[in-house]
Design a protein around this ligand. Structure first.
Ligand code: GP9
Ligand code: MN
Length: 632
């Protein structure tokens, strides 16, 4: 093996190191990224390297020194512009640039004023690498090309690049499992794979969804709406409009599953307040209600509630289709005079909420910046639920009424850590630390809900509101089946795992007095029509896959994103049909008749989202879709 031609490659090495350091210093000085431990610090430092090795390395294929140098300078200019633009964007939006933001025309006004108004003198530093490279080229004399010298060098070089890339990805995967498939947050992506790789990832994600959208046309919308109209469930006249004009307070109960409701753990009640609430004459409680989320977790539950469509398979629709036209619950309520908002003490960009909420026509997002987090008021993922609900009610007092506020709780989130003083019951004792802590975290959440009710009563908002609370998704995965089996005192079968996807739903209407336990099988897609009908708002003709749970025509059915489903008679898991009552395997006839229908429904949901079909609604068809289909 020939020795590396040192003087010739030194410009390349200087270029890589200069841009690497400039990028890293840029990270530290221009972005407010939360670094929790030494490993995250190391990943942040390492993450620009694989990309820089790769792009700068292309210079190794260029024979003339002049071309090579021009190339190195060009790369450094482009990378500097990328970092510089992100920094300026971040100052204004507190987020990294993503393609849809650049293409959303409504953002242009904000963008241009944010650029001109947010330049700092120190921004020149982003171009420090360009200057260093120009100086290096000037002072290091070029060495001419030696025949056949480059092959081995190149091979070694790109093997090294791949190794750095793999090291980076595996460390990132260990820090944040499923980082790329779940794509939680732009900040997490930049922290783990680096700003440059993040942009490549973003371009791939966005172009995929663009191409699929381009192929769709209005005829698919007619097909989907025919299916929806055939399944439309008329509201129960007794319930239609019973909460008309009231404020709506919806609460997403983080990771809350139904198996803890009305139950005890080691002789201690887990959810005393919620138990009392489910027996309250002003409450409808739904013990057979299922979450229907996929990889998008909380964001999927938000999407399903707002649109009565399923999330997409293998990703978070909040990321993949945030530029779509939707017909959200918020939009409908907005049209009916509501001030719509989401309250969640987390960063704006998590789950791409800042962008998606625009598409969902949510008037305001009270994110972490709207809250004051005092010493001792944060644990686990952030602000504790009790101060969160207290401050949320304070904010509600100043809202124009009627309002629709959706609160997203956070404390009962994996890994379910609590401060000592918030542990109101003892932990469970099993081989799963997660399940052991879960009961305590749920107990704390129950307390937070009690505080929410107390505060609402005190504020005077309570009587004229309706409170809808639902579990967003499971908290305990199948990995904890052994411990779960110990708690439930049975061996957990695939049937049990499906039934464990039940999450509690409460609809509390102060002063109503005719509440009951509704044991109809239902799911999150049913929330939108159910809520709108209670408010006296028609949904006929809306593109929604769920149905009003109170409707006598509601079908007892919950479809999971992975194709499992539950009806009042059967539970279907991976080609096996179980009896809903007994959990025994049963003759597949009952399931067979449903399997195709389930596939169709999930497919229609995907078609609607991927093809962005709602953009064809009304505008192009001239009349409300429902009327048109009736005429056919
Ligand atoms: C984050 C919170 C939790 O803002 O909604 O998200 P999850 O991990 O549950 O999807
Ligand atoms: Mn969640």
């Amino acid at each position: 093996m020939k020795k590396l031609n040192w003087p010739r490659h030194s410009v390349l090495i200087i270029a890589i190191v200069a841009t690497w350091i400039t990028t890293y210093v840029g990270y530290l000085t221009s972005f407010n990224m939360k670094i929790d431990n030494k490993m995250q610090e190391f990943i942040l430092f390492l993450n620009p390297l694989s990309f820089l090795l790769f792009v700068y390395g292309i210079a190794l294929f260029m024979k003339s020194a002049k071309r090579r140098n021009t190339y190195l300078i060009s790369v450094s200019i482009v990378t500097s512009i990328v970092m510089f633009s992100n920094a300026v964007f971040y100052r204004f939006f507190n987020d990294f640039i993503t393609l849809p933001v650049l293409f959303q025309t409504s953002n242009f006004g904000d963008l241009s004023s944010s650029i001109t108004g947010n330049l700092h003198g120190t921004d020149v530093f982003f171009f420090a690498d360009v200057i260093i490279i120009i100086l290096a080229i000037k002072f290091i004399p070029p060495v001419e090309h030696v025949k056949n010298e480059g092959k081995m060098t190149r091979k070694l070089y790109f093997v090294m690049t791949a190794v750095v890339m793999m090291l980076n990805l595996s460390l990132a995967e260990a820090e944040r499992p499923q980082l790329l498939t779940r794509s939680f947050d732009r900040e997490l992506l930049v922290k783990n794979i680096g700003a440059y790789n993040y942009h490549i990832y973003d371009v791939i994600l966005q172009s995929k969804s663009h191409a699929q959208r381009a192929l769709a046309d209005g005829s698919e919308l007619v097909e989907v709406s025919n299916y929806i109209n055939a399944n439309y469930a008329e509201p129960d006249p007794e319930k239609f409009g019973i909460a008309k004009g009231r404020n709506i307070i919806a609460v997403s109960l983080e990771s809350l599953q139904s198996f803890v409701i009305n139950e005890e753990m080691n002789g201690e009640v887990i959810t005393p307040f919620l138990n009392q609430l489910s027996a309250d004459p002003d409450t409808f409680y739904f013990p057979e209600f299922y979450h229907q989320t996929g990889l998008g977790k909380t964001s999927d539950s938000e999407f399903i509630l707002e649109n009565s469509l399923y999330g997409i398979n293998g990703g978070a629709v909040f990321f993949t289709n945030s530029g779509n036209t939707y017909e959200s619950l918020s939009e409908r309520l907005g049209e009916n005079g509501y001030f719509t908002n989401v309250m969640h003490a987390n960063g704006r960009s998590f789950w791409n909420r800042d962008i998606m909420y625009n598409a969902l026509k949510i008037d305001q997002f009270y994110d972490v910046e709207s809250y004051k987090i005092e010493e001792g008021e944060a644990v686990n993922w952030g602000m504790k639920d009790i101060p969160f609900v207290q401050q949320s009610v304070e904010l509600m007092k100043d809202m124009p009424q009627p309002f629709y506020s959706r609160l997203i709780t956070l404390t009962n989130h994996y890994p379910f850590d609590l401060d000592e003083e918030d542990m109101l019951i003892e932990p469970y004792d099993s081989n799963s630390k997660t399940l052991n802590k879960y009961f305590q975290a749920v107990r704390y959440m129950d307390e937070a809900i009690k505080v929410l009710f107390d505060e609402l009563k005190e504020s005077g908002l309570y009587d004229n509101s309706i409170i809808v609370m639902y579990g967003d998704h499971y908290g305990i995965s199948e990995n904890h089946n052994k411990a779960m089996g110990m708690y439930l005192d049975k061996e957990i079968t695939p049937y049990d795992n499906a039934k464990l996807q039940r999450v509690p739903l409460y609809i509390h209407i102060p002063g109503y007095g005719k509440g009951e336990v509704v044991d109809e099988v239902s799911g999150q897609v049913d929330l939108r029509p159910t809520i709108l009908h209670l408010m006296g708002i028609e949904t006929k003709g809306d593109l929604q896959l769920g149905a009003d749970i109170f409707s006598p025509e509601h079908e007892p059915l919950a479809i999971f994103r992975d194709g499992r489903f539950v009806t009042d008679k059967n539970v279907f898991v991976k080609d096996v049909c179980y009896d809903t009552e007994t959990g025994e395997e049963t003759d597949s006839a009952g399931c067979d008749s449903m399997v195709e229908r389930i596939g169709t429904e999930l497919n229609y949901s995907d078609m609607t989202i991927i093809g962005d079909l709602l953009r064809f609604k009304e505008k192009d068809l001239g009349q409300p879709l429902f009327e048109q289909n009736k005429a056919q």
